[in-house]
Unconditional design. Structure first.
Length: 204
């Protein structure tokens, strides 16, 4: 998302806004998760589920652009955006494993990474860690994976994209997987610093 330094200073009042376009887009992404599942399992329409999931991945870039260029960065958005990304990858990645459109090992690495990072951050927040922003490596990895999963779906759909869809899925998927795990490793020292900062701020 938008990288900032970890400090003990209170957030800028402008960042306390709730009703912003990026926040609305993040909420829409969250609300569309059940729709993806409905299209995939109730309607058995892999192509439609893939198109919707790809669109949700594209909005992840759009809300970041709007936040930066139209001064709509908010503290809520810095939390809501990665949460929406993580839930999309966990829920939809797990659903596509069940559907059988994606190699199990690939989707498992995606889901395990998101659960591991999300669970660890939640525990550290409860222990007093200050919030820190997602780094560009993590956002780039998420962006790639958000397109890899729809292409896997497309390759098994009635679109006739089997070969093309598979090639595109791997072209996005491998870089996305590598970047996402590199980002997870980068978060280790950042999280330690943020935890130390948070504990020092509590003792003041």
């Amino acid at each position: 998302m938008r990288p900032v330094e970890v400090t003990g200073h209170p957030p800028d009042p402008a960042g306390r806004r709730i009703l912003t376009i990026p926040n609305v887009l993040s909420v829409v992404r969250l609300c569309c998760i059940p729709v993806v599942l409905w299209l995939l399992f109730a309607r058995e329409h892999r192509a439609a589920a893939g198109w919707l999931l790809g669109g949700l991945g594209a909005t992840d870039w759009v809300d970041g652009y709007v936040a930066r260029h139209f001064n709509q960065v908010s503290e809520l958005g810095k939390v809501l955006d990665p949460v929406a990304d993580r839930l999309l990858l966990i829920v939809c990645g797990g659903a596509i494993i069940i559907d059988g459109s994606v190699p199990v090992w690939f989707a498992a690495l995606v889901v395990v990474r998101e659960v591991l990072v999300g669970g660890t951050l939640l525990v550290l927040y409860l222990l007093g860690m200050q919030r820190f922003d997602v780094r560009w490596v993590g956002k780039a990895g998420t962006f790639c994976l958000m397109f890899a999963l729809p292409f896997f779906l497309a390759s098994e759909s009635t679109l006739g994209w089997r070969d093309t869809g598979r090639v595109l899925a791997w072209c996005f998927g491998i870089p996305g997987l590598v970047l996402s795990w590199v980002a997870a490793a980068q978060y280790v020292p950042i999280a330690r610093q943020a935890l130390a900062e948070g504990r020092r701020a509590r003792r003041r």
